[in-house]
Ligand binder design. Structure first.
Ligand SMILES: [Zn+2]
Ligand SMILES: [Zn+2]
Length: 243
């Protein structure tokens, strides 16, 4: 733990207190301020090491290999495998909402670490060279929320101390206007986005997409389809939450 690196976060918390994103308690030391979570709430967000769906990464309950929703889905995905980390319910939901809508930016430090931990759930042999690609926001979405929270994570990943030179980020996906995925049912979500996401440059054979919430997988799927048209052979993904 690099406490010196965390000191500016403590100063910021002292001047402009935001408190713990879950319980609201005052954040008392540099580590708490860095992650935006108090020591009592932080351990509640460990990633379970349980068996996961070979496609979407949701934990498997009584199934083997693939989860029920992947089995019931018609056709295959364009991505090869996604890791999804936390259920989008209860305290987990509070956490993302505090980041997205409450602009609790310190949580970005917490999320970027979880994305990297999520990647480590893939078998090591799968990922030799990883280029990270953010899922692009829907045009107009930034106007609604006031900021691009995935781009903020991209910038943190670029500076991550886990890798000597930070992680390579490719901002190569562009999203054309389409209806909000939230307003659509599963089947319509699938067709709404295919072809509405474009890849603007050639990409390496192995890439990792990252995003906040995985619902039907249609957004990741459309991104993967675009990446495979521009040179990707294996497309993996890490998503913080599954819905
Ligand atoms: Zn707390
Ligand atoms: Zn699945």
């Amino acid at each position: 733990m690099n406490h010196c690196r965390h000191l500016p976060a403590l100063l910021r918390e002292y001047l402009f207190p935001s408190g713990c994103a879950i319980c609201g308690r005052m954040l008392l030391d540099s580590e708490e301020a860095w992650y935006g979570l108090c020591r009592d709430c932080m351990p509640g967000f460990a990633i379970d090491q349980e068996a996961r769906c070979a496609l979407c990464g949701r934990p498997l309950i009584s199934e083997q290999g693939r989860c029920l929703s992947c089995r019931e889905r018609e056709g295959t995905y364009h991505f090869d495998r996604v890791m999804t980390l936390f259920p989008y319910t209860g305290a987990y939901r509070t956490l993302l909402r505090a980041y997205k809508f409450g602009k609790h930016r310190a949580l970005g430090n917490f999320f970027q670490e979880k994305l990297i931990q999520g990647l480590s759930l893939f078998p090591a042999s799968l990922l030799r060279t990883s280029v990270w690609i953010p899922v692009p926001p829907r045009p107009g979405k930034i106007k609604q929320t006031g900021w691009d929270q995935i781009e903020y994570l991209a910038r943190l990943l670029e500076r991550t101390p886990q890798q000597e030179r930070g992680l390579p980020i490719y901002r190569c996906l562009k999203r054309l206007p389409s209806q909000s995925q939230k307003e659509l049912s599963g089947e319509n979500r699938k067709t709404n986005l295919l072809g509405r996401i474009r890849c603007t440059k050639k990409v390496p054979p192995e890439v990792v997409l990252f995003d906040d919430v995985f619902t039907t997988g249609s957004t990741m799927d459309a991104c993967a389809a675009a990446l495979k048209e521009r040179g990707a052979e294996q497309v993996y993904g890490v998503c913080l939450f599954y819905d």
